[in-house]
Design a protein around this ligand. Structure first.
Ligand code: NAP
Ligand code: ZN
Ligand code: ZN
Length: 348
């Protein structure tokens, strides 16, 4: 076994604290890499607090992981010691179902293995995430990253990046489309960058008046403050797509009224309670409500390569791991600019 150290929540009501644990030895197809940076996703906070479902504790969160390879198994072809490496939300899947065979491991029909709060494919060994010093992952679930980009700012691409890239690609959002990004946080700011890069006319819908200048700096063409009835009224019926990244309960009927006829509201945010969708809000105007989950391995690599070619990274605040709860508190208040990333050198 490999001795690893990290920060874990021992229960849904306790804070994260230092915790030592074991990772498996490097198998023939495994890559071990030392973690340099790990992004802080709102899903980390939802899961350590059991917002969605009872979690597996102790829980080491973190699924935006970048680092440097220290060891590879003797069958590994894609990586060697010294390479940069990254892992996102997935560490394994069945590999045989229809979706896995198409590279849609995020929709594995037999149950994928998530990076934490999940189990390996044996169905019993818990997985532990990136708020830790080192990780062992099957090479098929390890991604290549460019050495030309700021490594800390690459980390959030592994979840916030792919979760917004994938639906924008799936629905072919681009030139001629009016895209609204609902919520300017970690996911939202990446959605703005990708939407702009794909040629869409991008509007940020936000509850935070202070984010207007940032939205424009990120490339958004317009900004609508959702607490302003005048601004909301002026945005009625104008969007082809809304990419909804909101982490808390919100009024779907209001946002659906901003879609054009045949418009699509794409949910990626996961509030803890089910949302109410009044039938008339979609019947009138033949609107669709859709959803999307992270992205599969081939598309995640495609997104990382796209970011390297187009010089796209996340806007980050680098933090010490001991300040993780301060970061969570700010995240809950919508005060993220626009992703916290843990400098893993701060893990003692
Ligand atoms: P985040 O950085 O905290 O951003 C969420 C943003 O939502 C906030 O910054 C805020 O933006 C807005 N917001 C918060 N409360 C709101 C409310 N009550 N009404 C309206 N807007 C509100 O979170 P994140 O890391 O981007 O994650 C967002 C959500 O996506 C989380 O639920 C997370 O679990 C989920 N997620 C899903 C996937 C997937 O595969 N589908 C992957 C990753 C994350 P403004 O200040 O601009 O209003
Ligand atoms: Zn995430
Ligand atoms: Zn599968």
């Amino acid at each position: 076994m490999i001795q690893a150290k990290g920060y874990a929540a021992q229960s849904p009501t306790t804070d994260l604290a230092p915790w030592n644990f074991d990772r498996r030895e490097v198998g023939p197809h495994d890559v071990q890499f030392d973690i340099l940076f790990c992004g802080v996703c709102h899903s980390d906070l939802h899961q350590i607090r059991n917002d969605w479902f009872p979690g597996i504790f102790p829980m080491v969160p973190g699924h935006e992981i970048v680092g440097r390879v220290v060891k590879v198994g003797n069958h590994v072809k894609k990586f060697k010691a010294g390479d940069l490496a990254a892992t996102g939300c997935l560490v394994d899947s069945c590999r045989t179902c229809e979706n896995c065979r198409e590279g849609l491991e995020q929709y594995c029909l037999n149950g994928h293995s998530l990076t934490y709060n999940s189990t390996e494919q044996d169905g019993k060994t818990p997985t532990y995430g990136g708020y830790s010093n080192t990780i062992v992952v099957h090479e098929d679930f390890v991604l290549h990253i460019s050495d030309k980009l700021d490594l800390a700012a690459v980390a959030p691409l592994l979840c916030a990046g792919i979760t917004t890239y994938s639906p924008l690609r799936h629905w072919k959002v681009g030139k001629g489309h009016k895209l609204a990004v609902l919520g300017l946080g970690g996911l939202g700011h990446m959605a703005v960058k990708f939407g702009v890069a794909f040629g869409a006319e991008v509007t940020v819908l936000s509850t935070s008046p202070k984010k207007e200048a940032d939205a424009k700096k990120l490339g958004a063409h317009h900004f609508v403050l959702t607490s302003s009835p005048e601004q909301v009224a002026a945005a009625k019926g104008i969007f082809d797509f809304i990419l909804d990244t909101v982490s808390a309960e919100h009024d779907f009927a209001l946002y659906l009224s901003l879609l054009k006829t045949n418009g699509t509201h794409i949910c990626v945010g996961v509030p803890s309670k089910p949302s109410e969708i009044p039938p008339f809000s979609i019947i009138v105007g033949r609107k669709s409500v859709a959803g999307s989950s992270i992205g599969g391995l081939p598309e995640t690599q495609e997104m990382l390569d796209f970011c390297a070619a187009n010089n796209i990274v996340s806007d980050i605040e680098l933090i010490d791991i001991k300040d993780i709860h301060k970061a969570y508190d700010r995240m809950l208040k919508g005060d993220v600019r626009y992703r916290f990333v843990i400098d893993m050198a701060s893990l003692q």
